[in-house]
Design a protein around this ligand. Structure first.
Ligand code: ADP
Length: 206
């Protein structure tokens, strides 16, 4: 599996919900596994949509993943923090995988940026997937800087649920009504859902 890049680098996969980011991450990781490369995939612990220990696409495909609380959790799993724990793949502490995949990158803090750069500088192919924009269509978490620093960026689109055009945004609905700009990200007890929408049909209530 020849990379067009010399050594480590950052690949970012972004787009709205349902755009196939997880599918694309799974596709790239599966190819690396077939090429007998050492791969480790991470996801934030808070996303327990389908599996605690796997990345799952909406269409149902999964790959094994390690759920971590934050970027420091990735560091200690890879024993980058000087820890001596043996990694899941049986690598001795400090030996890095060939490929590190991270899903739902938007939920990590900006301390993911120096970690991703450090891994790339040490020769790792780092594949990062996540939302570029939040439900208000504002840049999400560490994504802006990761997009700027990546060697490769793929922006995927979903299908707008209103008109069928390519969708670039995630519509947040609370009880069938568009969420407001300052609605809290976590609404306890609310009946909320998300849909892919194009620029024209994406709505944020005031
Ligand atoms: P993401 O990780 O970007 O949320 P997934 O890889 O989990 O996306 O899921 C993508 C899949 O979701 C598509 O291949 C398709 O089967 C399904 N899907 C459901 N609703 C839509 C939609 N509105 N537009 C495109 N795909 C959709």
């Amino acid at each position: 599996l020849k990379s067009p890049y010399h050594g480590g680098h950052l690949e970012v996969i972004v787009g709205p919900m349902f755009s196939g980011k997880s599918e694309e991450l799974i596709r790239r990781v599966t190819r690396a596994v077939i090429a007998r490369q050492r791969v480790r995939v991470f996801k934030p612990l808070l996303d327990d949509r389908y599996h605690l220990s796997a990345v799952a696409s909406h269409a149902g495909r999964t790959i094994d993943a390690v759920a971590v609380r934050d970027a420091a959790g990735i560091r200690s799993n890879l024993a980058l923090d000087g820890g001596s724990e043996t990694t899941l793949l049986g690598l001795p502490g400090g030996v890095l995988p060939d490929v590190v995949g991270i899903d739902e990158v938007q939920f990590f803090g900006t301390d993911l940026v120096p970690l991703a750069l450090e891994l790339a500088d040490q020769g790792v192919r780092v594949i990062l997937a996540g939302l570029d924009l939040d439900f208000r269509a504002e840049p999400f978490g560490p994504m802006p800087e990761l997009l700027a620093r990546a060697e490769s960026v793929e922006k995927l689109t979903a299908i707008c649920t209103v008109c069928g055009a390519p969708a670039t945004r995630s519509q947040r609905l609370i009880g069938d009504q568009p969420a407001r700009f300052d609605d809290p990200v976590v609404l306890v007890g609310a009946q909320e859902s998300y849909e892919a929408r194009c620029r024209v049909h994406h709505e944020v209530a005031n």
